[in-house]
Design a protein around this ligand. Structure first.
Ligand code: AMP
Length: 215
């Protein structure tokens, strides 16, 4: 099964992708995670993209398409869930070409719809465990024991550099201008479905599962 999760920053794509990857045994392919790992590693690619990411702008299609092509090759034979890709029409077209060259096809494109005002609050409060990546929020989801990760007991937490108000504004803008135009692309292929991304995390998971289980 090949699934795309679409939605603006803060819609909960990463959280849902992790859950679904586990339940359906899919490989989670998150271009944001890949780029952050490159940035941390200090590789040539990481150095090239870090400032763009920090500012909340989109990395160029060429770089992203190379990155994802390599990961799709490695995931061959397994299903995967794409989170954060594609983000432009050329990326969506490149994905179609990559998949058809391998005799694969997209099964589901799921748009997580959200209220923009709520996104700012969601993004401003989020942080994650530095060790296992489990996600938390200042107001909606604090660790059960203050300062200790519920999942792996680690004590260190991190916030994303691009979760500041200026970068968030740029990221929302990029979504509206560059990513939203891919919705009609998938609507035309009749594989686009919507879920209410404002519902609580478990209920969003159930909505997505209902779509994936339909096949
Ligand atoms: P994310 O974790 O998906 O919010 O991505 C974080 C940042 O990585 C974005 O703001 C972009 O700078 C970059 N990025 C991730 N995926 C893509 C993509 N498909 N196309 C362009 N830039 C991307």
């Amino acid at each position: 099964m090949i699934v795309i999760l679409l939605g603006p920053p803060g819609a909960g794509k990463g959280t849902q992708a992790k859950r679904l990857a586990e339940k359906y045994r899919l490989v989670q392919l998150s271009t944001g995670d890949m780029l952050r790992a490159e940035g941390k590693s200090g590789s040539a690619l990481g150095r090239k993209v870090q400032a763009i990411m920090d500012a909340g702008r989109l990395v160029s299609d060429d770089i992203i398409i190379d990155l994802i092509a390599d990961r799709i090759d490695r995931a061959a034979g397994q299903g995967f869930i794409l989170d954060g890709f594609p983000r432009t029409v050329p990326q969506a077209e490149a994905l179609d070409r990559l998949l058809s060259a391998k005799g694969l096809k997209l099964d589901h494109v799921i748009e997580m719809t959200v209220d923009e005002a709520a996104l700012i609050d969601r993004i401003a409060g989020r942080f994650s465990c530095a060790k296992c990546g489990a996600g938390y929020h200042d107001h909606h989801h604090r660790p059960k024991v203050e300062g200790v990760c519920d999942v792996c007991d680690a004590h260190d937490f991190v916030r994303r550099a691009d979760d500041n108000p200026a970068a968030v504004k740029t990221r929302l803008d990029a979504y509206r201008r560059q990513t939203a135009p891919i919705l009609p692309y998938y609507r035309k292929q009749a594989i686009l479905r919507q879920v209410d991304g404002m519902a609580d995390i478990d209920s969003v998971t159930r909505q997505i599962e209902a779509i994936l289980n339909r096949q």
